[in-house]
Design a protein around this ligand. Structure first.
Ligand code: ADP
Ligand code: MG
Length: 478
């Protein structure tokens, strides 16, 4: 689109495909597009602000949504070895349904009077039936004396609405056909029905409750993009939370509840993006293991913690690895990790600049429009101001990379657009104008450059910190 064909960035159509929003990196984008379908790994090398994170996010965005949930269950035989359980959507639904199917649903009218009273369906004074969520009898106005409905001061909740429906149970006995006594439990379920349970059903329910001693580590509904910043081993690999009571039966938190997943586990079925990969140092080898095994144990990582003896085996971590680093840091990537990526994926070098031509001018215009939309708080830009941004892209390429072209170190440019936008917004302008961009460019230069302009040279600037006046600082020097 030539400059004459649009008046403001509002007229620019922004592509829906996140890959198409990445400008100036056709080689990297072509490779990145293959990654999600083949489930390969990716290493992105290049200067900051050229789109490495954007590429990782684009890869994650085209993945199918996760199919499995990962939980740990209590292991009664050996509490320090909680058991991993993997369920798909159907299994989760089926187990919920089974839980509902145990016992027979009965109606408040069919149960013994004292049961319907205790479960909150019947008024003690007048005997009228009403929903248990009503704390006051709609018939006679008496307060219904029921379990779990009063707050901790003994008052019915405001407006008579129970904020959280809790289960409640009443046990009784009845004589069966053959004359034996049997225990019957009436349970008010979480969704407010009454279910009658016989003895053997109670056993089955308890079996199921045992299984429901579960902590979901990685929920079914989750993002396919997980970013881990280097540095923290526990953030990346998971941990067992410390319990000051050492998991004591009555005082402590049960072990399985203290299991914390790491980023490698949260990225299961998705993308694990590690920015500044080399800051991980030695931890890189754990990533390699996780990539190879597609599962990684969660252990207590602090030897002084009560979690140190706990180990959860077989926690899945089948992720697509996307790592990013600067050109200077390539040598700090551990060789086995690099060869793994090479063998089972791709390495890409990001472009720092692109050719100065009309097509790329259009790309930059698209970029400006994208940044404005993404920011959401700044007005669109008129085409004269767009031209100034494009000119600055030329200047940066010359200044930083010493080439003729447009810079692709776009984070800097993005900063300029936002600052210009903030100024226009403050002045309640409808559009970003040329002047706004010019001021933003001047203001966004690095401090060193501003100092050089103000004090003439670096040495004078340093002295200025101590308030010593030099010839350069002005006429007031003696
Ligand atoms: N190639 C690009 N195309 C479009 N926008 C970009 C590009 N590179 C960077 N940006 C802009 O700069 C921001 C920072 O880029 P990012 O992807 O985090 O860079 P990196 O990860 O290489 O440091 C992005 O959110 C985006 O707004
Ligand atoms: Mg980034």
């Amino acid at each position: 689109m030539a400059s004459g064909e649009y008046e403001t960035t509002r007229d620019i159509i922004i592509p829906k495909d996140p890959f198409e929003r990445i400008i100036g990196q056709p080689e990297a984008v072509a490779i990145a597009k293959m990654v999600p379908y083949q489930r390969r790994h990716l290493l992105l090398v290049g200067p900051p602000g050229t789109g490495k994170s954007m590429i990782a996010q684009a890869v994650a965005s085209v993945l199918t949504k996760p199919r499995f949930e990962v939980s740990v269950l209590e292991n009664p035989e050996n509490p320090e070895r909680p058991i991993v359980e993997i369920r798909d959507e159907n299994q989760i639904k089926k187990e919920k349904r089974e839980e509902k199917q145990i016992g027979i649903e009965v109606f408040p009218l069919d149960v013994p009077t004292f049961v319907s009273e205790r479960l909150g369906f019947r008024c003690r004074r007048c005997g009228a039936l009403s929903a248990f969520t009503e704390t006051v009898c709609p018939q006679c106005g008496a307060t219904k004396n029921q379990k779990n409905v009063f707050d901790r001061f003994g008052m019915p909740p405001q407006g008579g609405v129970v904020p959280e429906i809790e289960k409640a149970r009443v046990a009784t006995t009845r004589r069966s056909m053959d004359g034996k006594e049997e225990v019957i439990i009436y349970e008010r379920t979480a969704d407010g029905r009454i279910v009658m349970l016989r003895q053997e059903e109670i056993k089955k329910l308890e079996e199921m409750n045992k299984k429901s001693k579960r902590k979901v580590l990685v929920p079914l509904k989750r993002s396919t993009f997980v970013q881990a910043s280097g540095g923290s081993e526990t953030e990346l690999l998971g941990d067992i939370r410390h319990d000051p009571y050492g998991g004591h039966q009555n005082l402590g938190t049960p072990t399985y509840q203290r299991v914390l997943p790491g980023a490698v586990h949260e990225a299961h079925e998705g993308v694990l993006f590690i920015d500044e990969l080399t800051t991980l140092g030695n931890i890189q080898r754990f990533i390699l293991t996780a990539m190879q095994e597609k599962q990684f144990p969660i252990v207590g990582r602090n030897p002084m913690s009560s979690g140190a003896a706990v180990r959860v085996e077989g926690v899945p971590c089948d992720f697509i690895f996307v790592g990013a680093c600067n050109i200077n840091d390539i040598k700090l990537i551990t060789p086995p990790l690099r060869s793994r990526i090479r063998g089972d994926g791709y390495e890409c070098l990001m472009n720092a600049y692109m050719e100065d031509n009309e097509a790329n001018e259009e790309k930059l215009t698209q970029f400006i429009a994208q940044e404005i939309i993404k920011d959401g708080k700044i007005p669109h830009a008129d085409w004269k101001s767009v031209k100034v941004v494009i000119e600055e892209a030329r200047n940066i390429a010359r200044r930083v990379d010493n080439v003729k072209g447009f810079t692709l170190r776009l984070r800097n440019l993005s900063g300029i657009i936002k600052m210009a936008g903030d100024m226009a917004a403050t002045e309640k302008k409808q559009l970003i104008e040329r002047k706004d961009v010019e001021i933003a460019i001047r203001e966004s230069r690095p401090i060193e450059e501003k100092l050089r302009e103000k004090y003439g040279n670096w040495w004078s600037a340093e002295v200025a910190d101590y308030g010593v006046r030099t010839e350069k600082t002005g006429p007031e020097t003696a």
